[in-house]
Design a protein around this ligand. Structure first.
Ligand SMILES: [Zn+2]
Ligand SMILES: [Zn+2]
Length: 917
């Protein structure tokens, strides 16, 4: 089907449009999501402008299939869906490609943990059976994630859904690997790698988080071989690595050690002879200025050893225990070995001292375990040749990063990038497509996209595949184009690539975004997307980071059940600023649910206040008729401004502010003023129902990207029966600002609002019974003002909270007639003065007494605060406490002024004589 399909009868539910039960999100959401799917509305091919117009494309960051979704996902789904829905309405065929990620280490860890809870160890299962378990998990949770994304209203094209372990993506990964391998960019590196003994794999530098740790610095003296009773003292944070020492290094400029350079030391316990060498990288300020050299367990030491041609002695096993090279310490954990070795050093008089020392230690990004730097053979990707062009495309503006401050972070990282360790000792993931010939005499090693049958060198069928898998980010880096068919030249790849926007969290700028840019350029010769939009994190109440261990992870499904999807989406979107963290609280969600209900009630009002005939014109521009009432000219003008502003804000990726503008327009202007005035106009038959329907239709369209369900429901009810309408609000035209800007209408309506508010305040201040209607006079200083207020007096008196009737408009250039002023309470606002004769409205003496009590209290508060702020307090208290007290003083001073004015008025009304004493 195409979007040209029109629905002249209700395409939705058959309930009469004027039946308005209270809003039920669950029912509405399920109904419309199914409707959209049934009509293929998420497919770009269903768009009326397909294929003529350039499509708008987003590749969804594939959620990890490690469990259910959390509110971090709610945020990205909302923001991306806002963009996709907006562009669809703008007229761009829009494609949002969904998918799920196998999640490498994270995926393997959850399943291992799950098995462990059942008493099963993965090693007992074996690789094959364990992978069966992995697949089972992926299928169960993959389905759950899809369901959750749908519940969140994601208008993603499910027919293009992909999993990172699907056969197609597997081929993409192997193709990419073989390309880089054959180009010589992938190589086997023998160097210090980051080993996690819990995950049992190496990690890339990015997967290591550095944290400050309170440890100890141990000073140990090593005897010098060439001199009797001569020693050199070194300091170390990891004494157990002494067992792997090959020497001691000092800075060549350090005068303390000049005479020792070239001499030898006897390494404690192992009695190995090591050389004392000079190397520029040694920091003379650290410890004693002399450092032990352990090439197999420290990257810097490894480099020093390479320069001085020294061996590397590995003293650790992969499970974090000491190996045979550690002699008597073999089999102990590093912690046990450390403790025992320190004791032994002490016994031998070689322990100088131990002192507390805070230093930065690498921890596993996934398990939090302390990383052991180990000398290992791993696969590396030479990244510099890929990084240079990726820096260039951001510098020249081909790719724009929002917020801009992250571009600097990107350059800094990319310019100092180090080769990427891509092999992982895991079972779950893309297995490295490197094969080794096992035929005697043939040592061929090759990479292959397809499963090979024979050795390309000797033709032997005896060969084996590398046991390791690839870093999961290697696979993710291909995502924007593998999802569109790469490495095949597919129609999708031609039509939808490069994509438009990559929207994701700023925490994976390097992990993911940078790699997609590098791979995109390398494999497709094109940038993978034009814009990178980075969002902040959603924090739990109190601003703390959400985590499973803290138990403060909010389950989107629970929130949806409680508040409805639209309220949840509005909750995460409104107020958000790019790149900044955001706290989602129940208070916010309550307010957004109230807003959705308010919108529902506005819908009810619009249906009741318009005829079917009027609603049939709802899609027309919201232009007021020639004889329109002031409020109608005003709302049309405001709608035009809001449309312009929201469109601009969305174009600038300012989703939080755009959402707030629509929200405030609906609540503060449409509901509070336009609809209230409309009620008044209806009573005299002057209300323009057609305009109301049009204003409401445009407003629903503006809000649709944020709150897709309730807007669809209301829009369908509103436009049922309209000829040539699109089948869904999803394909309705994005509002264009009508040529209805009307500065004088806006200024005049502001006057009415001001006097209305002043009237409400006056009634409140004098405790006038809310239900009583009171007479009033409006004093206008010019004939034009008098005419204006005469025309609008009845409306003013009818607005909620004013209850003024009759209103007499008095024209007087010189102010209020003394006789009237003497017996009235009054307020000045909106260029006029409102006077309400006080007689019979309240008891003057009671009000006077009450005001005097309040006055005395205000006076006391002001004096107290003035004293406080005049004294020691301002110097001693924290600045924000002082600031708070200052604000309090200002409030009390204002209160005092208001009360003094009221006291004056009441004194006058009482016939004079009311003194404060
Ligand atoms: Zn780990
Ligand atoms: Zn061979």
């Amino acid at each position: 089907m195409t979007a040209q399909t029109t629905a002249t009868t209700s395409s939705a539910r058959t309930a009469p449009a004027d039946t308005y039960a209270p809003y039920s999100p669950a029912e509405t959401e399920a109904h419309w999501y199914d409707f959209w799917v049934k009509h293929d509305l998420f497919k770009p091919e269903s768009h009326p402008n397909f294929p003529e117009r350039t499509p708008f494309v987003i590749t969804m960051p594939p959620p990890n299939v490690t469990g259910g979704l959390h509110n971090g996902h709610t945020l990205f789904v909302t923001l991306e869906d806002v963009m996709i829905r907006w562009h669809r309405m703008l007229g761009d065929p829009s494609l949002w490609v969904p998918g799920r990620d196998h999640a490498g280490i994270a995926g393997q860890l959850v399943v291992e943990r799950d098995l462990k809870a059942k008493g099963i160890d993965r090693h007992d299962l074996g690789r094959e059976k364990f992978l069966d378990q992995m697949w089972e998990w992926m299928e169960t949770y993959g389905l759950q994630i899809q369901k959750q994304l749908r519940k969140l209203g994601a208008s993603a094209d499910w027919s293009r859904d992909m999993f990172t372990m699907d056969p197609h993506h597997v081929r993409a990964v192997r193709t990419a690997f073989v390309h880089l391998f054959d180009k010589g960019l992938i190589y086997r590196g023998h160097r210090i790698a980051n080993w996690c003994k819990d995950c049992q794999t190496v990690l890339s530098d990015l997967e290591v988080d550095y944290k400050e740790v309170h440890g100890q610095l141990t000073y140990v003296r090593y005897p010098i071989v060439e001199g009797d009773d001569q020693w050199i003292t070194v300091a170390t944070t990891r004494p157990e690595t002494i067992l792997g020492d090959v020497g001691v290094a000092v800075n060549p400029n350090d005068t303390r050690y000049q005479q020792l350079i070239g001499k030898h030391v006897r390494i404690p316990h192992v009695n190995r002879i090591g050389v004392i060498m000079a190397d520029d990288v040694v920091d003379p300020e650290f410890g004693t200025g002399a450092v032990k050299i352990t090439p197999a367990h420290d990257p810097t030491d490894f480099e020093i050893a390479q320069r001085h041609i020294l061996p590397a002695i590995n003293v650790m096993n992969l499970d974090g225990t000491m190996n045979e090279a550690a002699g008597a310490y073999a089999g102990l954990t590093t912690q046990e070995a450390r403790k025992r070795l320190v004791q032994e050093l002490e016994q031998h008089g070689q322990l100088v001292k131990q002192e507390p020392y805070t230093h930065s230690v690498g921890h596993c990004h996934r398990s939090g375990t302390v990383i052991e730097p180990l000398l290992l053979d791993q696969w590396y990707l030479r990244i510099k040749p890929l990084a240079d062009p990726a820096i260039q495309v951001v510098r020249d503006g081909s790719i724009r990063i929002i917020p801009e401050r992250f571009a600097r972070v990107y350059y800094n990282w990319m310019e100092n990038i180090r080769d990427w360790c891509i092999s992982r000792q895991l079972w779950w993931g893309h297995r490295i497509p490197v094969y080794y010939c096992d035929a005697p005499g043939c040592s061929r090693q090759w990479a292959s996209v397809d499963e090979p049958e024979r050795c390309p060198e000797c033709g032997s069928a005896e060969f084996h595949q590398d046991p390791d898998v690839l870093d999961t980010w290697f696979s993710s880096g291909l995502w924007p184009f593998s999802t569109l068919g790469w490495p095949d030249e597919t129609p999708d790849l031609r039509m939808f690539y490069p994509t438009s926007v990559m929207e994701t969290g700023h925490d994976i700028l390097f992990f993911w975004v940078a790699r997609m840019i590098m791979f995109g350029l390398e494999f497709t010769g094109q940038i993978p997307f034009h814009t990178v939009y980075l969002h902040g994190l959603i924090r739990a109440e109190g601003g703390v980071k959400m985590s499973k261990t803290k138990g403060n992870v909010q389950d989107p499904l629970e929130l949806i059940a409680e508040y409805g999807t639209d309220a949840l989406r509005l909750g995460v979107a409104i107020g958000l600023t790019p790149g900044n963290d955001f706290t989602l609280t129940p208070t916010i969600l309550d307010a957004r649910r109230d807003f959705v209900n308010k919108l529902w009630n506005i819908g009810r009002f619009v249906m009741a206040g318009t005829t079917a005939e009027q609603r049939r014109g709802a899609l027309q521009p919201a232009v007021p008729s020639a004889d329109a009432a002031l409020v109608e000219r005003w709302i049309a003008s405001r709608l035009a401004s809001v449309t312009t502003e929201v469109t601009r804000l969305l174009g600038e990726f300012n989703f939080g502010e755009a959402g707030r503008v629509i929200h405030d327009f609906l609540w503060d202007e449409v509901a509070d003023w336009y609809l209230e005035a409309f009620k008044f106009l209806s009573r005299t038959g002057k209300a323009d129902g057609a305009l109301l329907a049009r204003v409401f239709e445009k407003t629903l369209c503006l809000l649709h990207p944020y709150a897709p369900f309730v807007t669809e429901e209301l829009w369908q009810r509103l436009t049922t029966g309209t000829a040539n309408r699109p089948i869904s609000i999803m394909l309705a035209e994005w509002p264009r600002a009508a040529d209805t800007h009307d500065a004088s209408a806006e200024a005049e309506w502001d006057d009415i609002r001001a006097l209305t508010r002043a009237t409400r305040m006056l009634r409140h201040e004098y405790h006038i019974e809310p239900s009583s209607t009171v007479a009033a006079s409006i004093l206008a200083r010019t004939p034009a003002a008098a005419a204006f207020w005469r025309a609008n007096a009845d409306l003013l008196g009818a607005l909620p909270g004013t209850r003024l009737n009759p209103i007499q408009v008095v024209e007087s250039a010189s102010g209020a007639p003394p006789e009237l002023a003497a017996r009235s309470i009054g307020a000045v606002a909106g260029g006029a003065e409102l006077l309400i004769p006080a007689e019979g409205l309240f008891d003057v003496q009671t009000e006077l007494t009450r005001t005097r009590t309040d006055l005395a209290d205000a006076d006391k508060q002001v004096k107290r605060l003035e004293n406080l702020l005049g004294g020691e307090f301002t110097r001693k208290a924290p600045p924000d406490t002082v600031e708070r007290e200052r604000e309090r003083l200002n409030e009390q001073r204002e209160r005092l002024e208001t009360l003094e004015r009221r006291h004056e008025t009441l004194t006058r009304l009482a016939g004079g004589g009311g003194s404060l004493e």
